[in-house]
Design a binder for this molecule. Structure first.
Ligand code: FAD
Length: 385
């Protein structure tokens, strides 16, 4: 175990903060599909959502391993960081490719909570996983761009001031490579919402505040462009390792929550005059999920270590996300089975966490697409799409 990556003080402080948000809080939000505003405010006030923002812009200047510690502990405590994690995983694109003016204009506000950067608009209804086929366009007209099109699954848009948006600035038939001609914009939604930008919520099987966005001649200043025009796909890809690492840490936290619940309940619950955990049929799935979680955790630590050395750990970050999502799902399954009927009762929180954990097999990247990345880029097998 690499103790430098442990951030024990941060973990302890996050655990303490999460104690103010017990199961009852999350059950109420879930029942009402309400955004956990108070929880996000508490994280913001403690500075955690500005963890990756440099000190010169009001943030904590912490390394990504600190962010993984924060997200893991949130999930391990039974809370859900999906309400706010985008503020961490969009940061790489803004820090690496944003202009000094953009950073000075937005980051201090994001760090102190007066501005929210929680929305990330890439996926579209017709193109889905095939990002370079997206149809949203941004056309430069004098000192502004005009955006038209639609996004789907843009989570937290109703609870964000800023949107990191990927749109096509050069038609696909006019670029050499389909990955060219896409651009990233940092859109101030406050100027356009309910005018040229319509946000429509989508109800989902778990409480996720996700939405559809419709852009109808949405005018944004030309200064909203992040980096160079046409290079946006590369910018988004360059942030993917961080995203994989951060999401994997949430999955590790979920897996630990399920395993801790299942192992303690199985030791207490007596059926046929003995603890159900004495039966190997009950023990083994929990022990197996634990071993999968530990393996995933080691891969996550390796990905984090390489990332912090400035390397580009595509293989390790993708493997960490894959293994961690699988481990959390195995742990979720084992936990529901261990609790029997009580696993389905709302008051135990297991059915809620079960629904929340399922997402990570599909989003932000599906398991299939990670496997195809490993096959093509690591094992050098033929590209499948
Ligand atoms: C709750 C939720 C929140 C989300 N939040 C955001 C967000 O904030 N911002 C954002 O931009 N997106 C977001 N997404 C979108 C998410 O990233 C996509 O759902 C995901 O990338 C899959 O795209 P799709 O749903 O269009 O599926 P499709 O692309 O239609 O794919 C359907 C299935 O086919 C598989 N598939 C497709 N092509 C291949 C292939 N070549 N080989 C093997 N399998 C393949 C996929 O893996 C998937 O299982 C969110 C999604 C959900 C459900």
């Amino acid at each position: 175990m690499n103790y430098e990556l442990d951030h024990t003080d941060i973990r302890d402080a996050v655990v303490k903060l999460c104690q103010d948000f017990p199961g009852e809080y999350w059950r109420r939000c879930d029942r009402e599909q309400a955004y956990p505003t108070e929880f996000v405010a508490a994280l913001t006030d403690a500075g955690y959502l500005g963890a990756l923002i440099p000190e010169e812009h009001g943030g904590l200047s912490l390394p990504i391993s600190a962010a993984t510690a924060i997200l893991e502990e949130i999930h391990r405590a039974g809370c859900n960081a999906a309400a706010c994690h985008a503020q961490m995983y969009t940061m790489g694109t803004v820090l690496r490719h944003g202009s000094d003016e953009q950073k000075a204009a937005y980051l201090p506000g994001v760090a102190d909570g007066s501005l929210r950067l929680q929305a990330f608009g890439v996926t579209e209804p017709t193109s889905g996983t095939d990002t370079t086929s997206l149809r949203t366009t941004a056309r430069l007209e004098g000192d502004h761009y005009v955006v038209n099109g639609q996004k789907i699954w843009t989570s937290r848009a109703e609870h964000s001031d800023l949107l990191l948006l990927l749109a096509r600035t050069t038609p696909r038939d006019q670029v050499k490579k389909k990955t060219d001609g896409l651009s990233v914009f940092l859109v101030d939604m406050r100027e356009v919402v309910n005018k040229s930008l319509t946000i429509r919520p989508i109800r989902t099987m778990m409480n996720h505040a996700t939405t559809e966005l419709f852009f109808d001649d949405m005018k944004i200043p030309a200064s909203s462009l992040v980096g160079e025009e046409g290079k946006g796909f590369r910018y988004i890809l360059s942030g993917m390792n961080a995203e994989r690492i951060l999401i994997a840490s949430e999955c590790i936290g979920d897996a630990k929550w399920f395993i801790e619940k299942a192992s303690s309940y199985s030791s207490e619950r007596k059926i046929f005059d003995r603890p159900i955990g004495q039966n190997q049929g009950v023990q083994f799935p929990i022990a197996k999920a634990y071993s999968e979680m530990r393996a995933a955790e080691l891969m996550l630590r390796e990905a984090t270590r390489l990332y912090e050395k400035g390397e580009n750990p595509g293989e390790e970050a993708n493997l960490a996300k894959l293994l961690a999502a699988d481990a959390s799902w195995a742990a979720a399954e084992a936990c529901v089975q261990t609790f029997g009927g009580f696993g389905f009762a709302e008051e135990y929180d297991i059915e809620r966490k079960f629904r929340e954990a399922r997402l990570y097999q599909v989003a932000p990247i599906s398991t299939n697409l990670i496997l195809s990345y490993i096959a093509e880029h690591v094992l050098k097998m033929p590209r499948s799409y």
